[in-house]
Ligand binder design. Structure first.
Ligand code: GRF
Length: 197
């Protein structure tokens, strides 16, 4: 079985969309793949409850617990890798996972770790993507699924979804429009990837 481990920090709506699609489209039979665990860097992430409701294993590696380590990022990533590796992942899916990962962590999962970013990369890497798209006067916005490389929000693009920017849009309105498309895009791209893994 190709195990999928999903990393989250917050609401987990993309995670839930991936889990729902994997069950609806029977990824176990079609690709020999299944979501086995959801890991969060925050115990308070609402997505953890959602994952448990789906009967998935969950784990928490609190990044704050490593604040006093000589190299907090490296210490957190080492523990995170230990937990993730415990689920023997064929694919690691970052779904609203709001931590910058060290090169060591990224290299460990090269070619088998993907991320979703709420902009049409290479435009607007980083934060506040919706407001930046509005400020730039963009006519379109969207989301990108990409392979994860050491440079933040870069890496080979695996798929994109485009939405229009409409008169009267606020960052919040635009974010909701993009998120709806993310829920379709991310499972579709992962299904494509699973056929090749
Ligand atoms: C999404 O907008 C995603 O693009 C970004 O973080 C958000 C996560 O939302 N990386 P959710 O936790 O999946 O609901």
């Amino acid at each position: 079985m190709k195990n999928i481990v999903i990393l989250i920090s917050g609401g987990g709506s993309n995670m839930a969309a991936i889990v729902r699609t994997s069950l609806r489209d029977d990824w176990a039979r079609r690709f020999g793949a299944k979501v086995v665990a959801v890991v969060s860097n925050k115990a308070s992430a609402p997505g953890l409850e959602l994952a448990r409701a789906h009967g998935l294993a969950t784990a928490v590696v609190e990044h704050k617990a490593f604040a006093a380590a000589p190299d907090p990022r490296a210490a957190f990533d080492a523990e995170l890798a230990k937990v993730v590796d415990g689920y023997e992942p064929a694919l690691v899916v970052l779904a609203g996972f709001m931590r910058i990962l060290t090169p060591g962590f990224v290299e460990r999962y090269t070619g088998r770790m993907v991320n979703i970013h709420p902009s049409l990369l290479p435009a607007f890497a980083g934060l506040n993507t919706y407001q930046r798209a509005l400020d730039a006067g963009c006519c379109f916005a969207g989301a990108t699924v990409h392979q994860v490389i050491t440079e933040l929000d870069h890496g080979p693009i695996l798929g994109q979804a485009v939405v229009p920017v409409l008169p009267g849009d606020t960052a919040q309105i635009l974010a909701a429009r993009v998120l709806t498309q993310e829920h379709l895009l991310y499972p579709r791209v992962i299904a494509d990837l699973l056929q090749k893994l």
